[in-house]
Design a protein around this ligand. Structure first.
Ligand code: A3P
Length: 345
């Protein structure tokens, strides 16, 4: 029998003031949001009930997990990993949505209660977004637990909220991205999902992000947990910006990590399949909830886009935020290095 791990983190409600800030940015949740553990990872209230079950999902040696903070290049990495692990079967990749091939562990806890009801009566357009329809009917971690091997698992939960034996057993890829671009991308995602119902502005989002109040924040603790384990043989740590800069090189490294032999011609073909232009056209990865303000799931695909969104005050706040959160850590981002902005991609 596999061991049962007691959930080691305290889960508490966010304060009333914090709740107000969060609610400007996300819609449809009726339960109070919670913070978990010392880092204070923010999750919807539903997570409280299921944290221990998720922490105890049985890991298998042939699992491959992709872990990220939202909007860090998860989908891009998932498709790369799935194809490398499935003999570059482009026909199979083209014939089923990525969220079916590579489901998200905790998605059921992240469905807003209101959307839950609406999806149940099949009324909300979200039903076809990222497998939400199935996740309403049956908890996502249970379907994953029951899925045949090999399993491909996506999660936005940080390592500390995942099974403590994960890295001993399975292969894990972690992708990080400049938090400023992640935040901009997160804003557009929520805007798309809320379909015009979001009351918060970009400034509200930034406020929630820099106070580490959006779901799955704090993003730097999230990345740092994986960064600290980056020399573990079962963990491959990557940056979105490096994928943008040289995708074939990243494919080469991931293949090595997954013990896959891949020729240069195949790398080129895979890089083409994963190119931004092809990704945008590919409905199995660009899983967009309706056509909301022309925002799509696969949106801009660039580094430094935050500069056209932040005003001067936000820029200063961002620098303060990054410096404060990175203080004392060895973690640096390709586009931000310990307080000094370094060469941009
Ligand atoms: P932007 O909104 O900044 O464009 P995730 O999959 O973790 O949600 O990440 C989504 C981000 O990755 C989005 O960022 C999206 O456009 C970007 N992305 C997805 N596919 C990409 C690709 N093939 N090339 C570059 N960026 C990509």
């Amino acid at each position: 029998m596999a061991p049962w791990f007691e959930f080691p983190h305290e889960i508490r409600d966010v304060s009333a003031e914090e709740e107000k800030i969060i609610r400007k940015c996300v819609i449809g949740y009726t339960k109070p949001f919670v913070k978990c553990g010392k880092a204070g990872y923010v999750m919807p209230g539903a997570y409280r009930k299921y944290a221990e079950a998720i922490y105890n999902i049985k890991v298998r040696p042939d699992d491959v997990w992709v872990i990220t903070f939202p909007r860090s290049g998860t989908t891009w990495t998932q498709e790369m990993v799935w194809l490398l692990e499935n003999d570059l079967d482009y026909d199979a990749a083209r014939s089923s949505p990525l969220h079916e091939r590579f489901p998200m562990l905790e998605i059921t806890t992240s469905i807003p209660e209101v959307a839950f009801e609406l999806i149940k009566i099949n009324f909300m357009n979200l039903a076809d977004f990222q497998g939400l329809n199935e996740a309403v009917k049956y908890p996502s971690w249970k379907s994953i637990e029951e899925a045949p091997s090999p399993r491909f698992i996506k999660t936005h939960l940080p390592l500390s909220l995942l099974p403590p034996n994960l890295l001993d057993i399975a292969k894990v890829l972690y992708v990080a991205r400049d938090p400023r671009d992640t935040m901009v991308s997160y804003y557009y995602l929520n805007k798309m999902v809320a379909r015009g119902l979001m009351t918060g502005t970009f400034a509200h989002y930034w406020e929630a992000f820099r106070r580490d109040l959006l779901p799955w924040t704090p993003t730097i603790s999230h990345a740092n947990e994986a960064w600290e384990k980056k020399t573990h043989p079962n963990l491959h740590f990557m940056f979105y910006e490096n994928m943008l800069q040289d995708l074939p090189a990243q494919i080469r490294e991931v293949s090595k990590f997954l013990n896959k032999d891949i020729s240069e011609v195949e790398i080129e073909k895979l890089a083409d399949h994963l190119s931004f232009a092809n990704f945008k056209k590919n409905k199995n990865v660009n899983n967009t909830a309706g056509d909301n303000n022309n925002v799509q799931f696969v949106r801009k695909g660039e580094a430094g886009g935050w500069k056209s969104h932040f005003d001067a005050k936000m820029e200063v706040q961002a620098e303060e935020y990054l410096n404060k959160r990175l203080r004392g850590l060895t973690l640096t981002y390709p586009t931000y290095d310990t307080g000094e902005e370094c060469s941009r991609l």
